[in-house]
Design a protein around this ligand. Structure first.
Ligand SMILES: *[C@@H]1O[C@H](CO)[C@@H](O)[C@H](O)[C@H]1NC(C)=O
Length: 353
């Protein structure tokens, strides 16, 4: 960490303002991030809306893998950063009771009613903050922009699973669109992080966009003449039997990438409609024009290495429940309750400098 040096730079910026340059960089970067923040269409039938982290932590406890409560999340989440990763955030009231109460935190906040529900923007810079010491060409140039990556993180307190067809205990394909066995809802979990990333290399527009869809994802390249993002490549993750077919384009509206969050699971797609991503059992994401979430209305900015990060960001455990009610094997099987996701500081980046 370079925090000592960074605070000296910040102090200098307070005293001599834009001569120093660092603050004005940060302001420029934040303006770009605001300008390119996505318009997220929540699904017409969506029940589980986004939420701010503070309210989630107020309503959860830290538990171990067996689900035994260790302490409240609110004040202690930061102390779990160095420890084993097998800690979980679980609701401090029974899930069934929360679900039966439409004003409980589990349903999140509708951005139409609460435009302040935040999106979390995490920036990593490719130029180190100390480049100024060697400083040619920086001072006096007002058009200069740093190279950086930004990930827009959306948090939802609950991920509703999908109906999957089973014959007895075995996942089954649909026969002429009919399930000959019975449906079970698989993949519910507390805590749901979804994200989109952009890479900037010194221009006022991004080069690439990464869209995360469940455990897979896709890269799109920005085409300036047509002002759209075009599909570039898939980024499948290991050990995941997913076959998503990504849409060809991501369009812009008012300069904002337009995304669609799938009903219940909140996976991000760039077109409305049905998106199949697992064949057997058939699991499909449904998206459509429900509630528009104008994420630029409330962005929390975190400049890694330049500004402080909040204590909860260091939590290394899972942002939800341990897995329970699994079919076949606990390790590989499909579960009615799957494990909550990891936090947003991850080993694998969407973009590298
Ligand atoms: C429903 O949830 C709200 C918000 O947490 C709470 O204030 C209220 O007491 C709950 N109602 C019931 C009946 O539990």
């Amino acid at each position: 960490m370079v925090s000592g040096r960074v605070s000296v730079i910040f102090l200098c910026c307070f005293l001599i303002g834009d001569v120093c340059g660092d603050w004005s960089d940060i302001e420029k970067v934040e303006a770009l991030i605001r300008q390119w923040a996505p318009l997220v269409w929540l699904s017409p039938e969506e029940k589980y809306m986004p939420l701010n982290i503070e309210e989630f932590l107020e309503n959860t406890n830290i538990a171990d893998e067996q689900g035994s409560i260790l302490t409240q999340s609110k004040h202690s989440v930061r102390f779990f950063q160095y420890n084993l990763k097998n800690f979980f955030l679980v609701p401090n009231r029974p899930l069934e009771r929360l679900k039966s109460n439409r004003t409980s935190f589990i349903y999140g906040k509708n951005p139409k009613i609460y435009p302040k529900v935040p999106i979390y923007a995490v920036m990593t810079y490719c130029n180190s903050p100390s480049y100024r010491d060697t400083g040619n060409n920086i001072f006096g140039r007002t058009d200069w922009l740093p190279s950086f990556h930004v990930t827009y993180w959306m948090f939802y307190p609950f991920n509703e699973g999908k109906d999957a067809c089973f014959l007895g205990k075995v996942p089954a394909p649909l026969i002429f669109s009919k399930c000959l066995g019975h449906y079970r809802k698989l993949g519910n979990h507390i805590g749901d992080w979804e994200h989109m990333s952009l890479s900037f290399s010194g221009n006022s527009y991004p080069d690439q966009l990464f869209l995360s869809v469940h455990d897979a994802g896709a890269y799109y390249t920005y085409d300036k003449p047509t002002n759209i993002f075009k599909f570039d490549s898939k980024m499948p993750r290991k050990g995941v039997a997913q076959v998503p077919k990504f849409p060809e384009f991501i369009r812009l509206q008012g300069g904002h990438p337009v995304l669609f969050a799938a009903e219940g699971s909140h996976g991000l797609w760039s077109t409305p409609g049905d998106h199949e991503f697992i064949r057997v059992p058939k699991i499909t994401d449904k998206t459509g024009y429900g509630t528009p979430w104008k994420t630029w209305a409330s962005i929390k900015f975190y400049h890694i290495g330049r500004t402080e990060i909040p204590p909860w960001m260091s939590f290394k455990g899972k942002w939800g429940n341990p897995k329970t009610k699994c079919i076949l094997f606990k390790k590989f099987g499909l579960c009615e309750y799957t494990e909550g996701p990891r936090g947003l500081l991850r080993e694998n980046q969407d973009f590298y400098c």
